[in-house]
Ligand binder design. Structure first.
Ligand code: 5GP
Length: 352
């Protein structure tokens, strides 16, 4: 056994120090980024905020709404859409605002292969960005899987994770990932820290993974733990190239869930972790005997069109940039100095 004594920080442990600035209005701030992907050569051009590949968030309706908004946000579609629906979606909407998601199961791989055999893919209008997503990105078979997909799809942008440490971010990049997804345990409906004791404070995970990834010309996507727009500013300030959001984008018209009314007269929408008992029941017919659920199910207030929430988030980000004198999102991390505001770590376990 070993104890690591160095301080590891979460979003709530820091604030961003304001800096002298020549900017006169937040309107001047450019939130779009042009991010070059190491292996695929693709240049991402847009606001690098991605809807998480979760039921109620990574939906086709979400991707379609983002396309209509024109800021270049994208959605990682959840893994459970049938092939026919995916093909029609790509045919009708194009691939600009969407990441195709897979896990490492045989079923996921078969569905991907069938998509790759489609005429749409052969015409170059199919999958161009893929999110390979597992709860624990530390396993050797996962790294091998990423390598295999890179070999199979040399021109496709690959995001892979999740991991939380620099050496593993490097390993994924060296094996074919363009973007490493960072975060174990910070998610709003995640109970991994509570169920397993495993995790890593998210701000430090981002700082360490970004440092390692950028050294290899790789990118990182901070995934999980953002609850307010200021958390996105901190994630980008820490070096994240992309930020992925679950809970902050849940509960909208685009969730593809029914809105229901409770006795309090208010309207709600369901939201649950993709490893929760609810999700496993829905998609795989129950929680396998050998495993425990690592997600919870909640009801959240219905919030209407996601476009209004996104405007609030982007407004907060623009404002953060003006406070530190960053003319663009790209400048934010260079202009960020974090002030530690907590002396004692108070880890969020996902149930608090
Ligand atoms: P949020 O933005 O809601 O804080 O976090 C979203 C992220 O939580 C997702 O992108 C995913 O990485 C993670 N996540 C989603 N469902 C679960 C779950 O059931 N268990 C765990 N451990 N993480 C989850």
């Amino acid at each position: 056994m070993r104890i690591e004594e160095s301080v590891k920080l979460d979003f709530k442990d820091v604030l961003i120090r304001p800096k002298r600035s020549t900017l006169s209005s937040r309107k001047e701030v450019d939130l779009r980024r042009q991010l070059v992907c190491k292996w695929s050569g693709f240049v991402f051009d847009g606001v690098p905020v991605i809807a998480a590949n979760m039921d109620g968030v990574g939906t086709m309706a979400m991707a379609q709404r983002f396309a209509g908004m024109g800021d270049g946000l994208s959605a990682a579609l959840h893994k459970h859409y049938p092939l026919e629906d995916l093909l029609s979606f790509y045919e009708e909407q194009g691939n600009e605002h969407v990441w195709y998601s897979i896990g490492v199961s045989e079923k996921d791989e078969e569905k991907l292969e069938a998509f790759l055999e489609s005429k749409l893919q052969k015409d170059g209008r199919g999958i161009d960005k893929i999110c390979i997503d597992v709860a624990n990105g530390y396993s050797e078979p996962f790294v091998e899987f990423v390598k295999k997909i890179r070999g199979r799809l040399p021109d496709v942008t690959i995001m892979a994770g999740n991991v939380v440490t620099g050496e593993m971010a490097e390993q994924l990049i060296l094996n074919g990932a363009d973007v490493v997804k960072v975060g174990i345990g910070p998610g709003s409906v995640c109970t991994t820290r509570r169920m397993t004791g495993v995790g890593y404070p998210q701000l430090s995970a981002i700082i360490e993974c970004a440092d390692a990834a950028h050294g290899l010309k790789g990118l990182v996507c901070a995934d999980g733990g953002c609850t307010v727009p200021g958390d996105l500013a901190k994630a980008f300030g820490a070096g994240a190239d992309f930020v992925m959001l679950g809970g902050m984008l849940a509960g909208h018209d685009q969730s593809e869930f029914d809105v229901f009314e409770e006795d309090d007269g208010r309207q709600y929408v369901s939201f649950y972790g993709m490893s929760s008992a609810v999700a496993m029941e829905k998609h795989t017919g129950g929680v396998a005997e050998y495993r425990a659920s690592e997600g919870k199910s909640v009801k959240i207030p219905y919030r209407g069109d996601v476009a209004d929430t996104v405007r609030g988030i982007l407004g907060g980000l623009r404002s953060a940039c003006t406070y530190v004198g960053a003319i663009s999102l790209k400048e934010l991390s260079k202009r960020t100095t974090f002030i530690r505001v907590s002396q004692q770590l108070n880890v969020v376990f996902g149930d608090d």
